[in-house]
Write a protein that binds this ligand. Structure first.
Ligand SMILES: Cc1cc2nc3c(=O)[nH]c(=O)nc-3n(C[C@H](O)[C@H](O)[C@H](O)COP(=O)(O)O)c2cc1C
Length: 166
């Protein structure tokens, strides 16, 4: 009989991460505006659809991140689905270097959430429900507005950025 690997070892964590990486995803940047008026955002690939009626989406936010309290408290935030030529945007919103919005064009969505230019799709969400999910907080939110541009998406697979081949 095969044995399950022990949980909470370094091997388990690495293998688990590698196995999860076999699920190809798009890449999003989740944005909001703080009560002080500052735009914030981070790169997120845990985004997915939940329900058509009502229109619900899901994503999860690491409990370790300083921005967690701000996202939990905000009324609206935006999900920006990155296009194939926005790899640098994904890297920028996943690193701690400099002003993430410097030089980027964006519109102002509900609650002032930045809607980045050049994305495949943008969803404006009402911050309705949050659930504890281990070391992450799971946001399930109602989409109140969205738009879409016919562009190829940026893809993430096996820890690397990928591109669709026609
Ligand atoms: C491809 C990719 C996907 C990511 N997905 C998530 C995610 O779903 N949830 C999350 O909390 N962090 C995710 N991160 C990590 C955050 O983007 C990163 O920790 C970021 O620096 C957090 O922003 P902060 O420094 O402003 O807190 C991802 C990073 C990358 C490169």
């Amino acid at each position: 009989m095969s044995q399950l690997p022990p949980v909470a070892t370094e091997d388990f964590a690495r293998n688990f991460r590698n196995a999860l990486g076999m699920f190809a995803t798009g890449i999003t940047v989740v944005t909001m505006r703080t009560p002080a008026g500052e735009p914030i955002g981070l790169t997120v690939n845990s985004f997915n659809s939940v329900s058509l009626d009502p229109p619900l989406i899901v994503w999860s936010l690491s409990n370790d991140l300083p921005s967690r309290a701000l996202f939990e408290a905000c009324e609206y935030y935006a999900i920006n689905v990155l296009a194939a030529d926005q790899e640098a945007v994904s890297q920028r919103f996943a690193s701690r270097l400099g002003d993430r919005f410097a030089g980027l064009g964006f519109d102002h969505g509900m609650g002032g959430a930045p809607l980045l230019h050049g994305c495949c799709a943008r969803f404006e969400c009402r911050n309705t429900t949050r659930h504890a999910g281990g070391d992450h907080t799971v946001f399930i939110s109602e989409v109140v507005r969205f738009d879409r541009t016919p562009a190829d998406p940026l893809v993430y697979f096996g820890g690397s950025y990928r591109y669709l081949v026609a």
